[in-house]
Design a protein around this ligand. Structure first.
Ligand code: HPA
Length: 268
């Protein structure tokens, strides 16, 4: 709690004289473009913030940016921390608790993900309706009563209200959206063909290595959550394409970043 409050106090100092945001956005691999659209930005490198870790993943810059987007004051994380980078679940989700202390009430999260649903195509955008967590749970350990309950309810994690708003905005903009279940594994390996098949069998539509830890902690804090996946690759059991590294994933995410940013802007 002391570390969280130290970080929050530092950010508050850097934002002195600015409006404080109530909405935060976590930007996934290759989706950092949104940060460039933020007006009158205050850019705080993670390296400046006490107790913050560095973002080492490809396509993740490592800045906290506060400013205006879609007429709303927002805080954006340009780059997140992943479990596969070697961070503990407490480190991965640390910024979300700092956000909660800063008064953030709504969290928009985005990620690059692989298609599990055979109807999905590279470049599709999927509203996350629910998730399946195959990673360690970040709430394991003593409960932080300051934030929430020991046994948080997970029936409607992804806000119905925000999903409906996003669908309406997309319809207005002529953007097609998928709606599906995000399956989170630890990575850093991509799934084997048998694992993609398993994800499909258990009800998954997209596969990734992030988002769920932050979402669980945000839920624990009582935030309203909206999540979006950008489909960057087919699953290995349905295509011959080999996923050699993250470069193609980042390239495909970059191609969709503008559409996703337009949609987030409308949603805000
Ligand atoms: N699997 C897991 N994580 C991913 C994928 C995938 O196919 N694509 C982008 N992130």
């Amino acid at each position: 709690m002391k570390l969280i409050d130290q970080s929050a106090a530092y950010i508050r100092t850097r934002l002195a004289g600015h409006a404080m945001p109530h909405t935060a956005i976590i930007l996934g691999s290759g989706l950092g473009l949104l940060a460039d659209r933020i007006e009158n930005p205050v850019v705080i490198p993670y390296a400046d913030i006490p107790n913050f870790r560095r973002s080492t993943a490809v396509g993740h810059k490592g800045n906290l940016i506060v400013g205006t987007l879609g007429g709303e004051c927002v805080m954006a994380m340009q780059g997140r921390f992943h479990y596969y980078e070697g961070y503990t679940m407490q480190e991965v989700t640390f910024p979300v608790r700092v956000m909660a202390r800063l008064g953030i009430k709504t969290l928009l999260v985005s990620n690059a993900a692989g298609a599990v649903n055979p109807e999905y195509r590279v470049g599709d955008m999927m509203i996350i309706t629910d998730h399946i967590n195959l990673m360690p749970n970040p709430l394991v350990g003593p409960n932080m009563d300051e934030f929430g309950d020991r046994f948080p309810d997970m029936t409607t994690v992804y806000s119905r209200r925000l999903r409906e708003k996003a669908l309406a905005a997309a319809a207005r903009m002529g953007i097609e959206l998928r709606q599906g279940v995000y399956v989170a594994g630890t990575g850093p390996t991509y799934e084997t063909p048998a694992e993609y098949r398993m994800y499909r069998l258990i009800g998954g539509d997209a596969a990734g290595m992030s988002t769920v830890p932050e979402v669980i902690v945000a839920r624990h804090c009582g935030m309203e959550i909206f999540g979006m996946s950008v489909i960057t690759n087919q699953s290995a059991d349905l295509s011959d394409a080999c996923l050699n590294d993250g470069d193609d994933v980042v390239r495909q995410a970059n191609l969709a970043a503008e559409r996703m940013t337009d949609l987030f802007q409308q949603l805000l």
